[in-house]
Design a protein around this ligand. Structure first.
Ligand code: C5P
Length: 236
């Protein structure tokens, strides 16, 4: 598989074409951003840590029946993935209240959410990723009704699988964001799963082990990502 020209550059990853139109190379950079790209820093080794973390999670989810875009690790910072048509929608599940939910609704940070809360957001930095619902998605053509249902179903299945994985490693999966795409008309999990796109707290101390360390200037960002990776068994 030969890597070719860059197709797209996001805030933390770049996408490169290959000589096979069905596959692209996902390249994880050290760039770390928050607040719709307003705060950006380079964190040494972040690309490598997130690439390996994501590979481990995607493999675990695939092994447990979740269709994902992940094909294989190529090197420390790159993975081969299916070339999907991404849906511009973010699926968020919350097991514990934190972040924007607390700001929006004034509920207590750390409150357990039963049942978990599901939210859709539009992937659009210029509009600050506004919250949307199924009607917006269907009416504006961001995804078809059956694909919306599939995204929801898969996001909840991922919740059960990942809650278990992290609880067994002494952590609470507070919330996370997933993105999906279409490949040959079927819905697959795309983008990445890493501490950049979820909240993970130590089960005992409630220490934050995710991107909130960067957002809130708590320091030790990569050290926390590596700790999470090692606790779940990522070879890093
Ligand atoms: O900011 P908020 O509380 O809505 O985020 C919910 C979850 O989704 C968090 O884990 C956050 O890291 C993730 N998220 C993300 N990318 C965004 C928005 C949220 O990864 N653009």
């Amino acid at each position: 598989m030969q890597k070719k020209q860059e197709l797209y550059s996001g805030k933390a990853k770049s996408v490169f074409a290959t000589d096979d139109n069905d596959y692209v190379v996902l390249s994880f950079r050290d760039d770390t951003s928050a607040f719709d790209g307003e705060k950006v820093e380079q964190l040494s080794r972040k690309g490598e840590v997130n690439n390996k973390f994501n590979a481990f999670i995607m493999q675990y989810l695939s092994d447990n029946g979740i269709p994902t875009h992940f094909e294989k690790l190529l090197n420390d910072t790159e993975s081969l993935v299916k070339n999907m048509q991404m849906m511009p929608v973010e699926c968020v599940v919350r097991n514990v209240a934190s972040g924007s939910l607390v700001r929006r609704l004034g509920v207590e940070d750390g409150m357990e959410l039963t049942p978990p809360v599901f939210e859709f957001f539009l992937k659009n930095d210029a509009l600050h990723d506004p919250m949307i619902n199924e009607y917006h998605i269907e009416t504006f053509g961001w995804a078809k009704s059956e694909d919306i249902n599939k995204m929801k179903e898969l996001t909840f299945k991922v919740n059960e699988l990942l809650k278990t994985l992290f609880v067994d490693a002494g952590m609470i999966l507070v919330d996370y964001k997933l993105e999906f795409g279409l490949f040959n008309g079927q819905v697959y999990l795309g983008d990445e799963f890493s501490p950049d796109g979820c909240r993970l707290w130590d089960a005992e101390t409630r220490k934050k082990l995710d991107k909130d360390r960067f957002r809130q200037g708590l320091g030790g960002v990569i050290e926390a990502y590596i700790e999470v990776a090692q606790r779940i068994g990522v070879d890093i």
